[in-house]
Design a protein around this ligand. Structure first.
Ligand SMILES: [Zn+2]
Length: 338
């Protein structure tokens, strides 16, 4: 049997799995990305962390390196896809570093390495092993710390001039000059309002202004806006308990989600939009509520796609990484050659 190594480089966890062609993941080992970055503090930190985990995984499972076909990687961005480098990742503790990944692993293991953005990898995983199997036009949208996307049009994985054809989280949903500023530097972006990091900021804006009196009576009052991970979890917990402040904020979030999704629909004409990421997976009924506002924004006659919460869930990136090895996207092959 032949195997592949699948890698998910996340802001919190680095996961390395042993995969086979059917998409099954036989075993996973993981380590904190932060720890790995702070252990070496240089441009090879992440690559060395992956190397260690691969060696551990192979010996644990008694698999010889000869049996490995290649290494697929879905990574946090931004990426220089041609060089296989993570460029100044804002969500890692040492953001000034460019992390060299691909060349190092190719040298160490002598195997093909295919590395793409995590959401681009996830959409490829959904196409081969998940909700996109029957479709040629698929968009994957993730709601987690940020909002990310991956796009397949007519079976072609879109990469764009620099590999950024999928940055749907940065479409503008609020064009006013005093709109919230996004982590990327732009203003009024979808991610600035509706992501794990955006929701606390949007709540703060409304708590200071139009929803001030509701905030005073809200269960969420006192939860630290800066601790975005905890805040967003509490936000959905209290939303489900019918907290009035959370409910009113969430109506606005759903409205912006409809703006973002309608833009995605107009751009790519998908048959299906698969929604992943921890926020969507843990709060699927809530996240899908944007559908009631969708018609406000959609062009008449355009196909309304099916919306599905990702069946691959937390494994979408790892499964996508398996598909990157066994079914390498032709767009990628062409892209790295140019
Ligand atoms: Zn942005």
């Amino acid at each position: 049997m032949s195997y592949c190594i699948c890698v998910d480089i996340g802001a919190t966890r680095l996961r390395v799995g042993l995969g086979i062609r059917s998409g099954e993941i036989l075993d996973i080992v993981e380590k904190s990305t932060r720890e790995i970055v702070l252990e070496w503090k240089d441009e090879l930190s992440i690559a060395r962390g992956i190397e260690d985990l691969i060696r551990r995984l192979l010996s644990k499972n008694n698999v010889d390196l000869d049996k490995i076909v290649g290494i697929g990687i879905g990574s946090i961005g931004p990426l220089d896809v041609r060089r296989g480098v993570i460029v100044h990742p804002p969500n890692l503790p040492l953001a000034d570093i460019d992390y060299v990944v691909k060349d190092y692993l190719e040298d160490k293991f002598g195997k093909k390495v295919v590395m793409l953005n995590d959401c681009v990898t996830a959409v490829w995983g959904e196409k081969w092993y998940g909700a996109g199997k029957e479709c040629s036009n698929i968009v994957y949208v993730t709601f987690s710390t940020g909002i990310g996307g991956g796009v397949i049009v007519n079976d072609t994985l879109l990469l764009g001039a620099d590999g950024n054809a999928h940055e749907v989280g940065h479409v503008t949903v609020d064009p006013r000059p005093d709109a919230l500023r996004c982590g990327c530097g732009g203003i009024g972006h979808w991610e600035a309002y509706c992501s794990g990091i955006g929701i606390p900021r949007f709540c703060k804006l409304l708590a200071d202004n139009e929803l001030k009196s509701l905030y005073e009576r809200s269960l969420i009052k006192g939860v630290d806006f800066q601790n975005y991970d905890l805040f967003t979890r509490k936000f959905f917990e209290y939303l489900k308990q019918n907290d009035e402040f959370c409910k009113q904020v969430f109506e606005k979030i759903s409205f912006f989600n409809a703006v973002g999704m309608s833009t995605v629909i107009h751009y790519y004409n998908p048959e299906i939009i698969i929604i992943g990421g921890s926020i969507a997976i843990n709060n699927s009924d809530e996240i899908l509520q944007f559908r009631k506002y969708l018609n406000l924004f959609l062009m008449r006659g355009i196909r309304v796609p099916e919306f599905r919460i990702s069946p691959l869930g937390d494994y979408a990136i790892l499964k996508g990484a398996i598909a990157l090895v066994f079914n390498t996207p032709p767009t990628y092959v062409k892209f790295v050659r140019e």
